[in-house]
Design a protein. Structure first.
Length: 295
């Protein structure tokens, strides 16, 4: 069992750290928010008064932070102070360039590192069934795997530094685009007098089949567990979908990849958020599409 410093005990970090404790690891946590520290303490995490205190004598540092700038600043602060040979695992969703920079900072200070963003949301974090997409060298990944196991349903080693973040934003770009596609089909079906259930029964077993339809159906009824059945309470908030679509657009811009539908999806989610829906589930964009008149 390992000694782990966990930095960033928010909605995701708190249950993830709790699962590390349950698996028998010695976890010391730090967050800027006192309430998050109290919550972590109640699940058996030892809380530290600072990030420096959290990493004293640690073998592994896990970060679960809002964005790339937070990760870089924490790495710049902690990497020179952590015991040599520490394994750094960043599970935040951040831009690929910052992820690669974080690996460089770790390596320059004699550490191993893995970018390991997750899919599965707060529910997956609580249940310990997250999907981890990992990027980094073989040795770093081999050390990270048993730690990730305590929080994971599935772990995929996607390649070298930054490959985990690349997989995450590509996957979520598919998700954002496919959700809008499914919503548009239901809106058109409504105009044509076709019932939700009839469209679902056909498309869910035909070539229109996809996760956005069969697991996360954006209209109430066909899939009882989907957020549409509870007034679009998340689930996966539209604001987080917008964050990921923007990361994909940033990466498309810097690499010259053509992603016209990804760009359109980012714009539609930006409008949806600007109308005050950032906290609603991302499948709620169907209501926004219903309100848009055809050009
Ligand atoms: P959150 O805002 O609830 O948690 C982030 C935490 O980091 C906060 O508690 C904040 O106080 C803390 N923090 C910020 N700077 C810090 C610092 N310098 N030192 C210590 N703590 C610091 O966000 P979240 O929902 O837990 O998401 C975390 C990451 O996971 C994000 O990158 C997000 O995109 C990604 N993610 C979230 C979900 C989800 O459903 N919430 C799903 C997949 C991925």
């Amino acid at each position: 069992m390992a000694t782990i410093a966990f930095i960033g005990l928010g909605n995701m970090g708190n249950p993830m750290a709790a699962n590390l404790v349950k698996a028998g690891h010695a976890v010391t946590g730090y967050d800027l928010v006192a309430d998050n520290l109290r919550k972590a303490e109640s699940s058996g995490v030892s809380v530290a008064g600072s990030a420096h205190e959290a990493i004293a004598g640690t073998e592994i540092v896990v970060t679960m932070l809002p964005a790339g700038a937070h990760v870089i600043s924490v790495y710049e602060d902690l990497a020179p102070r952590a015991p040599k040979g520490t394994l750094f695992i960043d599970s935040s969703t951040i831009d690929v360039a910052s992820a690669r920079r974080a690996h460089e900072i770790a390596a320059a200070n004699g550490h191993l590192s893995v970018d390991a963003p997750v899919s599965g949301g707060v529910g997956g974090a609580e249940a310990g069934t997250l999907t981890f997409m990992a990027g980094g060298g073989e040795e770093a990944f081999a050390r990270a795997r048993p730690v990730l196991d305590a929080m994971a349903g599935k772990i995929v080693h996607c390649g070298d530094a930054g490959a985990g973040q690349a997989a995450k934003i590509c996957n979520n770009m598919i998700l954002g685009i496919s959700m809008i596609g499914v919503c548009e089909a239901f809106v058109l079906a409504e105009k044509l007098g076709l019932s939700h259930q009839a469209l679902f029964d056909v498309a869910s077993t035909s070539s229109g089949q996809c996760w956005s339809l069969t697991t996360y159906c954006p209209v109430p009824g066909p899939v009882p567990a989907s957020p549409a059945n509870r007034d679009y309470k998340p689930g996966f908030a539209a604001g987080l979908m917008l964050k990921d679509l923007r990361l994909a657009q940033e990466a498309a811009g810097s690499t010259g990849a053509a992603t016209p539908l990804g760009a359109e999806a980012a714009q539609l989610y930006a409008l949806f958020e600007a109308m005050g829906n950032g906290g609603a589930d991302f499948s709620g964009i169907i209501n926004f599409l219903r309100g848009k008149a055809a050009p």
